[in-house]
Design a protein around this ligand. Structure first.
Ligand code: GRF
Length: 191
């Protein structure tokens, strides 16, 4: 089985969904590592509960992105990681990791890209008054949410929906879509 590293900065509900898919035998990869750039993030607790090793670092302790990405890369090599899965990792991936893992880094984004890239995608969609939004899984390149699209799912924004309602619909879709798309990528792109 291929080894997966999940990068996250926050709650880690997508991490949890991937772990649960692993437990129920749906996932065709091993979740071997969590990389987190925020001490105290909920995802670290979740990783501990799931028995997944963590690499937690503080970017401010490094002079540059290249410096901390070199440390991350060493961890990835040590753990023989095949695929990097970004799940709420709130940083752009730099040259060091992009070069080492070209075509082997994926991200999930809460909009139908190329609409609403960047932060606060759900807010942006609501502010714009769109009636349909959704979730995108894509390969990562040097841009912000710009790489080739792998999978998308749509949801409706209804008249009476508050931000929390839309967030809930988006998360439900994400938790289903990410594990199945990881399987797809492992099958079709990493053989
Ligand atoms: C998700 O909505 C994902 O689309 C975005 O960041 C959020 C992460 O949520 N990139 P969680 O930490 O997995 O709960």
């Amino acid at each position: 089985m291929k080894n997966i590293a999940i990068f996250a900065s926050g709650s880690g509900s997508n991490f949890q969904a991937i772990v649960n898919a692993g437990k129920s035998g749906v996932l065709v990869g091993n979740i071997s590592l969590v990389v987190c750039d925020k001490a105290g993030a909920r995802v670290i607790e979740r990783a501990n509960e799931a028995g997944v090793e963590t690499f937690v670092f503080s970017p401010k302790n490094f002079e540059s992105k290249a410096d901390f990405e070199r440390e991350i890369l060493q961890e990835l090599i040590d753990k023989e990681i095949d695929l990097i899965v970004l799940a709420g990792y709130m940083r752009l991936i730099g040259e060091t990791l992009l070069q080492a893992y070209q075509g082997r880094i994926i991200n999930i984004h809460p909009s139908l890209l190329p609409a609403f890239p960047g932060k606060h995608a759900i807010h942006q969609a609501i502010d714009k008054g769109v009636k349909i939004t959704g979730v995108t899984v894509h390969f990562v390149d040097e841009g912000m949410d710009t790489g080739p699209i792998i999978a998308q799912r749509a949801i409706e924004i209804e008249e009476h929906d508050h931000i929390e309602d839309v967030e809930k619909k988006i998360h439900e879709i994400e938790h289903e879509l990410y594990p199945t798309t990881i399987n797809y990528v492992l099958h079709h792109h990493l053989q």
